[in-house]
Design a protein around this ligand. Structure first.
Ligand code: FPP
Length: 253
């Protein structure tokens, strides 16, 4: 039996009298960094940090539902993460299945839609199948879109888009005159999604690590030293509050 997440009964922030609807970011992207250090500080193996990171994902998904965020994109496994020791890679790639096994019914009852971006073809079958099952089961939901970046790399995404565009040009499906920024966006994994309004990176590093390179052009960045397993709704709210103070000018004045 699935339980409805009680947070949902709260009023979304953007319906409160204090905030206009533009005060809550529509799309939040998160680099969930710091799992390894969190584990090391406790004398545990790195994989214990990744497992603890799943609990934070649960908390932040609940918070995103509560605050009426439309899209939450989580950097779960990058194209560079294959360089890690095999047991660590295997553990990380088992986490989506374990997470969905435990939480899919609850996500469904909260109207969450699951999606994924990245090169799914090179993932182990068990990861791909668990994600595909969740995508299929939640296809008609129109609440929070929970988007896992899995085997994702920004440069390879842009490169793939370029190859597809050239191929479409060769086949006369696309002309050079038609090519503009909107058209390029349609060739990316994130086609149809709004660009992130807010990027959160935990764990103290201040870099993009090949995440959403095209899509983050006008995104507000928020960094915290808090390690991902220690990140909580309180810090998430802090990021939302700071976002509200920012003036987004998109290159204007
Ligand atoms: C980066 O921290 C984290 C990752 C590469 C894995 C992120 C995965 C999760 C948080 C769990 C995913 C959850 C679900 C539900 C699929 P790091 O290992 O680089 O940390 P460090 O910089 O301290 O070494």
């Amino acid at each position: 039996m699935s339980m409805k997440i009680p947070f949902l009964n709260h009023k979304p922030l953007n319906q409160s009298h204090q905030y206009s609807e533009h005060d809550t970011p529509e799309h939040i992207a998160i680099v969930m960094d710091g799992n390894g250090r969190w584990a090391r500080k406790r004398g545990l193996p790195r994989v214990a940090g990744h497992k603890a990171g799943v609990s934070t994902v649960v908390k932040i998904v609940k918070a995103a539902v509560k605050f009426n965020v439309k899209v939450l994109t989580l950097y779960t496994f990058s194209t560079e993460n294959w360089k890690r020791p095999k047991p660590e890679v295997d553990t990380i790639l088992r986490l989506p299945k374990e997470f969905l096994h435990l939480y899919l019914p609850e996500l469904i009852s909260n109207n969450v839609r699951i999606e994924a971006i990245g090169d799914m073809g090179s993932l182990p079958a068990h990861t791909r199948e668990a994600i595909q099952f969740a995508i299929d089961r939640t296809r008609d939901n129109d609440g929070l879109l929970l988007n896992f970046a899995l085997n994702y790399g920004g440069r390879s995404e842009i490169l793939n888009a370029m190859k597809e565009m050239f191929s479409d040009m060769n086949e006369a499906k696309l002309s050079l005159d038609e090519l503009d920024e909107q058209r390029v966006s349609k060739y990316l994994y994130t086609a149809g999604l709004p660009d992130p309004d807010l990027l959160i990176r935990t764990g103290g590093e201040k870099r993009l690590s090949n995440f959403l390179l095209w899509q983050l052009a006008y995104t507000e960045f928020w960094f915290t030293d808090v390690l991902w397993p220690d990140f909580s709704e309180k810090e998430f709210l802090h990021a939302l509050e700071e976002y509200r103070q920012r003036k987004r000018r998109y290159g204007g004045v």
